[in-house]
Design a protein around this ligand. Sequence first.
Ligand code: HEC
Length: 188
Amino acid sequence: MIYSFLLSLLFFVLGFGVFANENAELNLARSISDELINSVREVLLKEIQKGGVIGAVQVCSEMSQEIIKKHQQKHNVYIRRISEKYRNKENAPDKYELNILKKLSSMKDIPAEYYEIVQEKDGKYLRYFKTITIQPVCLYCHGKNEIPDDVRNFLKQKYPDDKATGYSVGEIRGAVSIKLKIKDDTRN
Ligand code: HEC
């Protein structure tokens, strides 16, 4: 507790603005988050076609964490999928991320992305969030009555503490959270 309090004292947010020398990190965060979202979506759609929703939910529950890890390793970067109402506790936001998610979900128009520059003791970091919203296809596994019985049963067994149902189209589901060190200002 004390440790995290001291750490949070060390972090202070410099503001919304990203200046010219942070553009490289911002572009990288944008492309990595798109890449992750696309690869998850690709697997999801392919598996629904192949084995219906029940086939897809089994594959997605096995592969999601692996796909994220692959992107972490490929880019050597902090990258996660987070949600206030998470299905897998591996995707639970930390305190900082939770505050950002709360801020995003309270906005009338949910922005496609949000970022801040934060100062930590070893330098400046870009904290980047690409929001994920619910589309019709998501309802098969995150909706209300749309979830087929066999899928509901699978979810109950695999994720007894599942919080990720009851959504409607257009709601914010979560975000891809990326943290990138901002390189020295001395470069060109
Ligand atoms: C076939 C079932 C299925 C469909 C359809 C589906 N999901 Fe999921 N979703 C899952 C499973 C299973 C997990 C847990 C993955 C894990 O273990 O990390 C999950 C987790 C997530 C997470 C990570 C946070 C959490 O709750 O753990 C997000 C974000 C997410 N889904 C968004 C979406 C969106 C957006 C759509 C629609 C485009 C969608 N999902 C469609 C099954 C599904």
